[in-house]
Design a protein around this ligand. Structure first.
Ligand code: TYM
Length: 332
């Protein structure tokens, strides 16, 4: 199939600290699979990251670490465009325009804004509020058909669709209206310690969150300590949040169905199950960690790669930005 006939995929991740198992199973694993079939553009959404205060030197380190980690996950610069958002000014430009086509009421309903306003009560800045307009710009600039994300981004994606449809309605067809693409298992990985909350790098309990670069020992320890219930039967059921979460994770890394998992652990205790999940996850992440360790030493390669990607991304989104500016009424 010719490049131009392939569906366009866009997704991004914030480089705000280490990448988690949730990020990997919810999104990045699909990024890697999709690059074999689709025309994929991926970004490190560093402009999004400053909606929460960052320490500059740490932020620079986080960006490079995240760039190397994602390459280590198998994102291949020969197959996908993988760039750093702040290197492509069109994102900030289109975000401003789209923020004028996004309603205050719509942004007020975003649950992530509400959650983050509580978490960062001392810094509820305008960027935190208008962040979904920037995310819409990211996606719409590339005329993306599909957006592989975890479930927590679904509301932002719905808003992106509304903004695109509204703009198209006002000015004739301009943007492709994108669809979300969620994994069967792994779309919502929960904390190992508080399985009613999503797994997140900001989890206050370090055992709740597994990081992509955690060692095998640490991963297995975290799974051994995972919160479960008192039933001691491995099966999916309401009220068994801990076990349901472990089954999702096991299914995402092994490809097994619920039934196959239940059969495998019939008559066995939670201890065996937790160990098996920990070992399977550790085995999945080990080659990524090894690749990361090699890549992070090669700063010249990383720089060459993200600079070339910024040029490629800028070229790809130029036409859409121009079209938007013309339609709105700016003079050329
Ligand atoms: P971010 O950086 O919070 O997360 C990156 C990706 O990881 C997914 N994810 C999860 N999936 C399953 N279980 C979890 N516990 C979990 N935690 C995170 C997220 O759904 C996401 O797919 N605003 C976005 C980044 C972004 C973006 C975009 C995404 C900016 N522009 C355009 C798609 C398209 C964010 O903060 O994701």
């Amino acid at each position: 199939m010719e490049q131009s006939q392939k569906k366009v995929v866009f997704s991004a991740i914030q480089p705000s600290g280490t990448i988690t198992l949730g990020n990997y199973l919810g999104a990045i694993k699909n990024w890697q699979v999709m690059q074999e079939e689709f025309d994929c553009v991926y970004a490190l959404a560093d402009l999004h990251t400053i909606t929460v205060r960052q320490e500059p030197a740490q932020m620079r380190k986080n960006i490079i670490d995240a760039y190397a980690s994602i390459l280590a996950c198998g994102i291949d610069p020969e197959k996908s465009v993988f760039f750093i958002q702040s290197h492509v000014p069109a994102h900030a430009q289109l975000a401003w325009v789209l923020s004028c086509y996004t309603q205050f009421g719509e942004l007020s309903r975003m649950t992530q804004f509400k959650d983050k306003s509580v978490k960062h009560a001392e810094n509820i800045n305008a960027g935190l509020f208008t962040y979904p307009s920037l995310m819409a710009a990211d996606i719409l600039l590339y005329q993306a058909d599909l957006v592989p994300v975890g479930q927590d981004q679904q509301q932002h994606l719905e808003l992106t669709r509304n903004i695109a449809t509204r703009f198209n309605g006002l000015y004739s067809d301009t943007f492709t209206v994108p669809e979300g693409y969620y994994p069967k298992a792994g779309a919502r990985v929960m904390s190992l310690q508080n399985p009613e909350n999503k797994m997140s790098k900001s989890d206050t309990n370090i055992n709740g969150c597994v990081h992509l670069l955690d060692s095998t020992d640490v991963i297995i320890k975290k799974f051994k300590r995972a919160v479960t219930d008192s039933e001691a039967i491995v099966r999916r059921a309401e009220g068994k949040d801990g076990i349901n979460n472990l089954m999702n994770i096991y299914s995402a890394v092994t490809g097994l169905s619920d039934e196959q998992i239940e059969n495998e652990f019939a008559g066995k205790g939670y201890g065996d199950f937790k160990l098996a999940v920990g070992e399977a996850v550790a085995e999945n992440l080990r080659p990524i960690r090894e690749k990361y360790e090699a890549l992070i030493k090669d700063k010249a390669y990383l720089e060459e790669s993200y600079k070339a990607a910024a040029v490629a991304a800028s070229l790809r989104c130029r036409k859409t930005l121009q079209k938007v500016m013309k339609k709105v009424g700016f003079v050329f």
